[in-house]
Structure formats: C-alpha cells, structure tokens
Design a protein around this ligand. Sequence first.
Ligand code: IPD
Ligand code: CA
Ligand code: CA
Length: 251
Amino acid sequence: MLDFAIDLAHRAGAILRAGQERERSVAFKRRADLVTDIDKASEALIVAAIGERYPGHAILAEEGGAAAGAGEYQWVIDPLDGTLNYVHGMPIYCVSIGLLCRGELSLGVVYDPTRDELFAAEAGRGAFCNGRRLRVSSAAELGHSMLTTGFPYDRFSRADNNLAEFGRLLMKARDIRRPGAAALDLAYVAAGRSDAHWELGLAPWDTAAGALLVREAGGALSDWRGEPWRPGGDRLVASNGHIHAEILREL
Ligand code: IPD
Ligand code: CA
Ligand code: CA
C-alpha cells in the first residue's frame, strides 16, 4: 500500500506541477479559501485510483470525493495543500495522502512536486525523504528554535484565531514562519528543518500524513492542552519533543 500511495502522490504531483504552467480557474469556498480546477483534477485522479485498487476502502477527501467503505481502512486525502500559495504562484504546496487503519495512522505520504521531495512514513517503520531516514531536530530550547504555524480561514470572524499565541511565541522563539501548506510544515518538523509546528482549525486531510511523519521521525504530537493528539484533531502541536512543554506553556 505504501508503494501504491507513493506512486499516486507522484502522479498527482505531476498534475499540480503542470497546472502551474497554465491559466487556472479559481473559485471561492469562502473569504481567502479558494479552490482551483487543479485541486479537483488531482483529487479525481487519487480517488479513482484508490477506488479501483481498493474498492472496499473508505475515502475522505477535501473536495468532496468520499467513499463509505466497508472495512477497517480509510484514506484521508488533501489533493493540493497550499492552494493559496498555488494560486499566487508561490512554490510551497504539496499532495498529502494518509491511511488510517481502525482509526489509527498507518501510513502517510507528502509529496512536494516543486522540489521533487517525497516524504513517506509507515507506522512503526520510520519516516523517510526520497529514501533517506528522517529525524526531528535536537533543539533543546524554544529560544533556539524555528517554528511554523498557520491561521484558520475563518480568522476574520473568530476571536480565537491564533494571533495572541503567535505574538507570545514570536517573542520567545528564534523565529516563526507561516509557509502556508500544513502537511509540508509537518514534513519539515519530521525532517528537522523546523523544530515545531502548531495550528488550530486544521482539517483531517491537513494532518493525517504529516502527523505520522513527525511521530515516525521521533517527534511528539499533542493537542494544545497537552492531551494526546488524535487523527482529525483540529488543534495540533507537533514538535521535536524537547521544546514541546515550553510551547504548550505559551499556548
Ligand atoms: C490550508 C493550508 C494552510 C493552513 C490551513 C489549511 P489548503 O490548506 O494547509 O497552511 O494554515 O489551515 O486549510 O486549503 O491549502 O488545502
Ligand atoms: Ca487542499
Ligand atoms: Ca490543506
């Protein structure tokens, strides 16, 4: 199944890469939340391939491609994570394919077609980027750490929008980035390129694959209160483990 998911991520990524070269049709889901014909083409490819290969498996995909399924497996798909970057031509976006088995993270693949980087993890078997084993960073203090975060699309209408938390952590960390593709942010924690990612308002497809990458690279996952993070949980702190408690204190 991992080989299947990797091949699928490569094929969907090729659609995203090709789509950057031409005019795209863009529609609004809500303010600042866009969807393009490329999101839909990528999802159609992924959902059709899973349906053909594993007809009994359930599917949850961002743009509505769902299948009920009868067994223990559920695929959780973000066909294009980082749509706003994509629309603006900012080359930070990816495909995210996660697989749950009886509700537990089982495998995760995140593919960045702009750098041809394929991040993959299998529960209990480690995390890899283009075949190279990944480890989270060794940063031991928040003051020496680079963090990433994101802000929810409904931030205009909710008070609880991560601005206060961003302000506090910005004054404690070495610095913070807001790259704009949550699945890739998590892959970068797994790769030790950032020391932690925190966010609220996340959807299951933003986190399914990336969270497993972090766990398999030796990192820590929790909600904002420090309780164990569960697949689908919308508030996530994913870190190298060493700075987790310091981040929770600020949140
Ligand atoms: C979004 C990105 C963004 C995150 C948002 C997500 P989309 O996904 O991952 O970084 O901050 O919460 O919704 O809409 O580009 O697939
Ligand atoms: Ca998306
Ligand atoms: Ca997303």
